[in-house]
Every structure is written in C-alpha cells, then in structure tokens.
Design a protein around this ligand. Sequence first.
Ligand code: ASP
Ligand code: MG
Length: 463
Amino acid sequence: MRVIKVGGGCLNGKKTIESIVDLIACRGKGHVFVLSALHGITDFLITSLQTALVDETQIPLITGKLKTRHLLVARHLIQPKQNLKEYTRELEKSLGKLERLYYGLNFTRAITPRLTDVISSYGERLSAQLLTAILRSRGLSATCRMPHEIGLITDGKYGDATADLTKTSRHFKTHLSPLIGGDKILFLPGFFGTSEEGEITTFGRGGSDYSAAVAAVALDAERLDIWKDTEGFMSADPRLVPEARLIPVLSYEEAAELAYFGAKILHPRTVEPARRRKMNIAIKNTLAPDAEGSLITSRSARPKHVIKSVAYDTDIGILKVHASGVGARPGILGEVATCVADSGINIKSVVTSQTCISLLLAQKDMEKARQALMGIRPRPFRKLDRLTDVALIGIVGDGIQHRDGIAARCFTAVANCRVNVEMISFGPSRAALYFLVKKKDLESGVNAIHSTFFSTPRCRRQG
Ligand code: ASP
Ligand code: MG
C-alpha cells in the first residue's frame, strides 16, 4: 500500500480534476490518498477571514462562492442525479458549519489563531468530500475520514503543528486498517490534525505534504508518492536556466535543503517523518504519470561533482545589526535573536562577524524586525541597516562541505560574470552552501554556477 498526496495544483478546474480522478480510478485502488484543497481555496478561506470580520453581509457570499466552485466540478463529474443530490446535501451541511464559524468570528470581533486554523481546514475537508463522491458515483469503493475522526494527533500549535507519530500510528492502525486494501480507495484531507484536547491545528501553508508523510509512516506504507503537476526536483529553476534537468535521485538532506527554496516542490518538513522510517518519497508528474520523476531516499547516488541543484530565493532581506565586538560580548546574539523571534518572526539564517550580526529574513518581516530591535532598552547595538535588493543562491549536494574546491569553483564562476558575492554562509548542513548576490545579478549568477557543474561554461549577462 502506498500513501499518495495529490496537490492543489492538480485539483484546479473540472478538466484537470477529471484527469486526476481517471488516474486515481485506474492506479489508486488499494491505496490511501491525502488531498490538498482545490487550487486557491485555502487562500480564499484565509482572505475571507478579514472580509467576514468587517462585514457580516458578505458571509453568505463567501460560502456561496465555495459552493459554486465545488458544484461546478460535481455537476461535471457526478452522475447519476441521485448521487449529485446526496453530494450537494453533504456540501451544504459542511458550508453551513463554515458559515457559522465566520459569523462567530464577526460576532467576537477577533481573528484568533484557533478560528483561523479551523476555517482554513475547510478547503481540504471539501476536496476530500468531493473526490470521494465522484469516485463513488463511478461505482468504486471510496471512503473518506476526517483527521479528527481518526486521531491524527498534534502538539496543538496553531498554524505550525507537529504530529505525534506514536499516538497517530496507534489510532490510524485501529481506525483505518479495515478501510485499506483490495479495491478500496481511502481519502484523507491533508493540512490539519487535532490536539489532544480536540482542537483543529494546521501544519502551516503547504502542509498537506507533511500530512501525507505522517499518514505514510503511521500506516507503514511501502512508499510515499507526491503527485504534482511538475516533473520533480530540477538542477535549477527552468524559468531561469533553460538547460536545467531533472534530478532522478536525492537524499533526504538534499530534498530538505531544496524544499526551502522558491521551487515549492515539497513542504520543508515532509522529509522529517519519512527519514526516520527510511521511507522513500517519489515525486510523480500527473501530466506524465509514467515518467521517472524524482526519488528521495536514504542512499542517493553522488555525482562526480557532488552538486545536485543550484537553487535561489528572492524573498529575502538582510537586517544588519552593527555593534562592535560581537564575538566578544556574551549574550548579544541571543538578545537580538530572541527579540526578533518573540515578535513572531522567523529568522532564516544568521551570519556574524566581529562588528555585525546579519539576520536573513523574509521581505515581509524586515520592517517588523527593525521596529522590534529599535525597542530594546538599553540598545545593545550602534545602528541598523537594511539590505533588500538581494537574493540567496543555494548550492545543494550531499558532501559539499567535504569536497575541496567546490566553493572556489562557484566563486570563480560568478566572478567571471562580474557578479559580486555580498555574503557567504556555509550552513550547518552537510548538503548546502549559501551565498547572497544583488538581485540584478541573480540570473547570471545562477546560470554561471549551473553551467560550471552541469554543462559547458557560458556567461549570461543581463542588461
Ligand atoms: N491547502 C493548504 C495550503 O494551500 C495545504 C496544502 O495544499 O498543502 O497551504
Ligand atoms: Mg502544496
């Protein structure tokens, strides 16, 4: 038995959903499917929190839109009429509950983390209901179970929960084993679980991948498949590097590093549970289901030059905290980092020198972090500087830290294109080397490094 995760990109519109349903019908029997919400629905649920807060007359319109979107697919794919009627009733019941949650929010005048999580979990609930109804109407034996009915237990942290694998495994084996095997198809909504107290908690945006890894481990699946509408992990972003190629095999470490970058192939935490059980993860392209895809496993072949991918992230800024003798002043790094973290900001990375602590942050967090630091009394630093026109290049490959000359080859490659390296960080990972360049130099930098390791050297200059 495999656990197969179907992403929101594959659940977009009636035609794409129809082809996914065909794929499930012919290849999915005996397997467990973890679903994302239909494309764009989670965003819509979240932006509607604000709409519902300020104007309660909008609430029926919000649920109305969700109804239209799901019924459009249902009308196309559910026959006979009787099944469609049953599905419509089920959909209305779920939307009725959702509507009450939005009214509750309007009444209490507060968008709490708790309500945000319950409301945003509805996208996955609705998609799981929809696909179950469609497959049933085709005469297949499909069932759906909600995470709160089957004991997918989390640590209770809203918006960023972690699953309790021991408890979840125990519950899943009791509740789900009878629903798996033979011709049966089981659907589970991804993205959320419940705390011991029964509170709905989500795994963070994009968290259905993580849900699927948890389900795969809890059910001792033979493999975790991630169905996407892309080929798999690439040696670079093909929009930037036309010669980029597929990476057929990666290690857990490499996949985890790459998951942090813009490609959004995988939720960064997906490999955690899989690695513990040495479970393979296969990324499969639903547009070419027989194509090789990428396999994430514990034994990854190491190419001669070690490098698997040259990735980048443009959602990055540097907040420079200038203070003399950073290296000799106990506690200053802790004070700065704690202050930023306490304002709910995630620090992507830190690089320090004797005179400066550089915090790497997401763009949206730059101003908030600056304000938080300005509020420390007494002020432990001399001045703050912001650098926003930068991009992060990450070179990923197991063993990169131990192989001589890789960093040198990268820097030579970028120097030959007259790209200046703004900052270097050899992360604590065995599998990655990061550095920052000016945003305008990103394309030439990535291409220069990629061609150094993957093809004939070539220099791309931007105008
Ligand atoms: N629907 C959720 C999101 O958009 C989770 C997921 O799709 O993985 O973040
Ligand atoms: Mg996703």
